[in-house]
Design a protein around this ligand. Structure first.
Ligand code: FEO
Length: 399
């Protein structure tokens, strides 16, 4: 039974699966659920690395006790304080009152603030060390991946990186938990969506962390979400590297709002010309139907973004306004931007979206197209011009 939890050395998987939650952080859909990963190192000194969402504590403590029985846990290492991982700290301390909590100077204030927990602390600085017996951990501070207190713990004996949210993805672990023993197909798109939704704003800190960890002989990555990576480490690090540099593929996301289908016809005309010009990757999102989680993932994936909005009460259509704020919040860089929209009696949306072009610092492509009421010959021409300009800009990058 114990062997079902063993990863390598004396490290066990004691995480849990959440197939109940609809929206992560109250916003991001979980069609494949999510795992909250925690790791138990059953060494001369026993250590627990992060905890799980408090709703799963009964399952969690059962898994722990299956491995160590009534022996106490010596250390609780907190790599990340977001409550999906820190939620069980107080209950763990109640079960193991002598446990020493390991964190950095940002960690302990949060533990007290969220949970009123103080107790014994082992405060670590960047590069500090903790020997457990067979396993020897070194701590690397990686602030803002994804909160200020985030750090990673690297086992120098077996090359295991406990990476917190980094290299994580949505999707539960259905039976197996190591990539080499499971079908990983569902995780790749869910990794892009997880990154773009949750970590997306923190490209520079992720880059700094990648540089800091670059020289380590890592052969296993134990993230807080999704599979344990052994045979896919290069692929996973490559995905995080690319996304955190905001690098994207040739392709265009057309995100539009449309109440009665007129703005949508503009989107169709633009997409048709993009295709005629040889652009294969075109993703169209009606923002009233597509959840922004998926739109953001596609924006991280593709270089081109064309946004269309009807004028609504002299403003940008609210669903587009909301999408724009999510894009700006993530400080996405280096995208090509096209704009279009429509109005019935007074145009405002296209003009107001000009502010988005300025704030995002995206390269504005072609002339924004604004249509009064319904499609006319000139609107088809203007939409085709916008589509052609975007295609030309993308194709210029091929050379
Ligand atoms: Fe999965 Fe930032 O917590």
């Amino acid at each position: 039974m114990e062997q079902n939890s063993l990863i390598k050395g004396k490290v066990h998987y004691v995480g849990v699966n959440d197939r109940n939650k609809h929206l992560f952080e109250g916003m991001w859909p979980l069609p494949y659920g999510v795992s909250y990963n925690s790791y138990l190192i059953d060494d001369d000194m026993i250590a627990l690395v992060d905890t799980v969402d408090i709703n799963f504590f009964e399952v969690y403590i059962h898994k722990i006790k299956k491995i160590i029985g009534d022996r106490p846990i010596n250390y609780l290492i907190i790599n990340h304080m977001e409550p999906d991982h820190s939620g069980s700290i107080r209950l763990i301390q109640q079960h193991y009152p002598d446990i020493i909590i390991v964190g950095n100077k940002q960690t302990f204030g949060m533990i007290e603030g969220f949970y009123g927990v103080t107790g014994q602390q082992y405060l670590v600085k960047d590069g500090d060390f903790l020997a457990l017996g067979h396993h020897k951990l070194r701590f690397y501070l990686t602030p803002m991946v994804h909160w200020p207190e985030t750090m990673m713990s690297f086992d120098e004996t077996d090359g295991i990186l406990f990476s917190g949210d980094a290299f994580g993805c949505f999707g539960t672990l259905d039976g197996g938990f190591i990539d080499s023993r499971i079908n990983t197909d569902k995780y790749w798109d869910e990794m892009v969506r997880y990154y773009s939704n949750i970590v997306g704003k923190y490209g520079s800190p992720v880059q700094r962390a990648l540089q800091k960890l670059g020289g380590l002989p890592i052969n296993t990555i134990c993230s807080t979400h999704g599979p344990i990576w052994e045979e896919n480490i290069a692929k996973v690090v490559g995905i995080y590297d690319k996304l955190s540099k905001y690098e994207a593929e040739e392709g265009v996301v057309i995100a539009y709002g449309s109440m009665y289908g007129n703005t949508e016809q503009m989107a169709e005309a633009i997409a048709s010309e993009l295709s005629a010009q040889g652009i294969k990757n075109i993703v169209m999102h009606n923002v009233s139907k597509s959840n922004p989680s998926y739109i953001l993932a596609d924006i991280f994936k593709y270089k081109g973004l064309i946004v269309g909005s009807p004028t609504y009460s002299n403003q940008i259509y609210p669903e587009i306004e909301s999408l724009i704020s999510k894009i700006l919040l993530r400080e996405i860089k280096v995208r090509y931007l096209g704009l279009f929209g429509s109005f019935t009696w007074a145009g405002a949306a296209v003009k107001r979206m000009g502010d988005f072009a300025t704030q995002s610092k995206f390269e504005l492509i072609g002339d924004p197209v604004e249509m009064k009421q319904g499609m006319k010959d000139i609107t088809y021409d203007q939409c085709a011009n916008l589509g052609r300009a975007m295609a030309d800009r993308l194709k210029a990058d091929r050379e």
